[in-house]
Design a protein around this ligand. Sequence first.
Ligand code: ASP
Length: 518
Amino acid sequence: MNQHRNLSRNLQNEPIAAREGLIDRMPKQCKQRTLKCLRTNLLTILTLFGVLAGIVLGIILRASRDDKWTQREIMYVTFVGDIFLQMLKCLILPLITASIITAIGGIDLSLSGRIGGRAVGYYMATTVSAVILGMVLCVVIQPGSGVIAETEDDEEDKSSGRNFTTVDTLMDLVRNMFPPNLIQACIQQYQTVLLPPSKSQLEKATKNLTLYDWKISHKFENGMNIMGLVVFSVVFGITISKMGKNGEPLLKFFTALGAAMMIITNWVIWISPLGVAFLIAGKMLEMETFGVLVGQLGMYFMTVLLGLFIHGFIVTPFYFTIATRTLPFRFIANMAEALVTAFGTASSNATLPLSMKCLEEKNNIDPRVSRFVMPIGATINMDGTALYEAVAAIFISQVRGRVLTLGQLIAISITSTAASIGAAGIPQAGLVTMVMVLDTVGLPSEDVTLIIAVDWLLDRFRTTINVLGDSLGAGIVNHFSKSELNLLPNVPLADAERQETQTGKLSSEEVEWNTTPM
Ligand code: ASP
């Protein structure tokens, strides 16, 4: 727009001969702009191409053989994808901790409190609206009415059903926020284990023993305790901010660490088209058959998909437009690389380095906002997962012929919200916390097997919506915090990162979503 205004201003001031020269030059300028646009979006185009190539490769490889692909062969196909995933995962720990500590430690506490408050307000509003949307769709469409036949897989999986109670899951969530050992939190998290009564205990018992009577034990399960690390980093950031001058060396250290991680992200990112392609191709080979998508399970699949689409591309962009008074299209398009990677990896955590990069470099989000709210968003804000948990619980109830009361629907909405907060940003984590939602309506945990066949695919779609929700949230928080942040000195980015990011960075005029009023 600015360029157009400048152009017409120039046309009025310049003599006719010069004006003709200007017009002559226009096609060349157009060409240059197209080339520049292609160059800036090359990675996005390549990553989208990677998704298509993965699907085509998967279809060709499946069609090339009559018998099933063995686990070993699938491992060969996914090898490059796995390496890409591992590279991203390797960045998560230093990136999350350094980002949160720097973002909070570098500004005064009342401002970081306001930024955090805005983000949490947005997370609550969008998660609740996602759950309500999912419940309305499921009650209206009724994907689970009728009878569903149990497959052989169901029987197999039943034997591996785990025993949880809702209260244990919620208490584990809180316990994990305060890890006893930081080093251990980098690799393990706490989990309550219920031990079934022995034969003699059963004989001695005077009443029927339920899960609540089982012996309580615990174990530390493998997997990073991101919730604990986030809470610790927030506290550490607050402490550094309170320490003033004395805390500066620590702040500088974490700033440089975060900057270094972003530079490595800039390198890893170039493997994403290949990585995404092989991850998708491998998953297509693993898949049993597309036949599961017809019938009742297909209806369930379509209900979740419809809900995710409405929430991700209509509801949250609407919030964004109202809050920022800007259209969301450019903002969403600028996030394409992160969204495609979310689809390819099915992990919000693994996508985090890319989401932060897209927000800062393409959408011009202040790093003090993106580095604060994105790691927290990737951990606790999962709109797609919340919507899916609500739909799945109601679908399973319908399949089991249960009529849900209003009270039970409200209970589902509350536990779905809690389950989405508790779910880790890793593949199919939502399926694990689903047990909690099922428990609310008195359904056994084994019933998750009814939806397992399509879960791997739905997981990719809901992860994409989770990442989109976090990103739009960062845009909204950035909009409301801009004037306060502008009063402070710029974020102390390490010089090396600044140089690195400048190479691929758009100038502020090109970031139209941020500057063009509606
Ligand atoms: N895979 C999802 C994510 O990483 C979580 C889930 O819904 O399973 O955001």
